[in-house]
Ligand binder design. Structure first.
Ligand SMILES: C[S@@+](CC[C@H](N)C(=O)[O-])C[C@H]1O[C@@H](n2cnc3c(N)ncnc32)[C@H](O)[C@@H]1O
Length: 301
């Protein structure tokens, strides 16, 4: 069995190290795509995982397109090399809509395969992939007026990937909230938001009727002083190990139903902490298209 991992753009080194730690054997590297022997291993730095890949010998552009169409309808191209030839093949495949998403919306459910030209006469194709988006790239219709910054796109993406988001009236704790992009997302969904940050919120966000602000350190916050929350969101700028301790404190309090937290790395990537987050039962750790040198930890009940 062959599995291929497409590194998030700019994070090939992180993926390579993650695969090495997981014991995956890379047999070939095709730019950002790491082709490995064996079934898939967990790979947070992969924007997309191509399951059960097949290699197809193709004599012509037409025969390559036919071979792909014979497998299934929907295909996304990854073409770091042989780009012109690959584009001519993709043109002969059924059109797949790549319209930007209007949040809130569920991810598409139609199967989207991935393919690439390893050589002009050799296609690597996977009918089943981990992401429903072409090369793992989720694009939104952006809101240029409401949020105070672009951090809201990260939370939108996390919630689309979960297929769930806070409902009106649910209680959300937003840690590291300033200037308020995430708080704006949560409040716009109708949730009650407690925003925590020593730095202030943008006045427009603070003025939203269901938003309150606590100007204190998230690490000094006693869970009992907040009570039960449906969603704990954190985008705090801090070391991963410190965030892990905070998550453990709130998990053991039993007061939180769902977690969405950004794990931020400064300088070196802390693979041990990332693995510790991934080892929490039920957790998912992903690199989102809108993430920088960071991962997103999701724990949903
Ligand atoms: C990337 S910004 C958050 C952006 C925010 N999610 C948004 O959408 O606008 C990181 C924030 O973490 C906050 N932060 C750093 N240490 C903190 C702490 N101990 N407690 C609370 N917030 C903290 C910073 O003040 C900063 O506002």
């Amino acid at each position: 069995m062959i599995t291929a991992y497409l590194a998030a753009d700019g994070f090939s080194e992180q993926l390579q190290e993650e695969l090495r730690r997981a014991g995956a054997v890379v047999t070939h590297r095709h730019e950002r795509l790491f082709v490995c022997e064996g079934p898939a291993v967990a790979a947070a730095w992969a924007a997309n995982i191509w399951h059960d890949c097949r290699e197809l010998a193709v004599e012509s552009i037409g025969s390559a397109a036919k071979a792909l169409r014979d497998i299934q309808r929907n295909w996304a191209m990854y073409a770091p090399l042989h780009h012109r030839r690959a584009a001519l093949i993709q043109e002969r495949l059924p059109h797949v809509s790549a319209k930007p998403i209007a949040f809130p919306a569920k991810a598409p459910t139609a199967m989207l395969g991935s393919w690439t030209l390893l050589a002009p006469d050799r296609v690597l194709a996977a009918a089943t992939c981990s992401s429903p988006f072409a090369n793992g790239e989720l694009v939104f219709i952006e809101d240029k007026a409401g949020p105070p910054n672009r951090a809201y796109l990260k939370l939108w993406e996390a919630l689309v990937r979960l297929g769930r988001w806070p409902m009106p009236g649910e209680r959300c704790l937003d840690l590291g909230a300033s200037p308020g992009g995430w708080t704006w997302v949560l409040a716009a969904l109708g949730a009650e938001v407690i925003a925590v940050d020593k730095a202030p919120l943008d006045p427009k966000v603070l003025a939203m009727p269901n938003v309150s602000w606590r100007g204190e350190s998230a690490f000094a916050l006693e869970p009992a002083s907040v009570g039960a929350v449906d969603w704990l969101c954190s985008d705090i700028a801090c070391y991963p190990a410190r965030l892990l301790r905070l998550v453990e404190t709130w998990r053991s309090s039993g007061l939180v139903r769902n977690f969405v937290c950004t794990i931020k790395f400064q300088g070196e990537t802390d693979h041990e902490s990332a693995a510790a987050f991934a080892a929490i039962p039920g957790a998912r750790v992903l690199h989102l298209h809108h993430n920088k040198h960071e991962l997103t930890f999701l724990l949903i009940r």
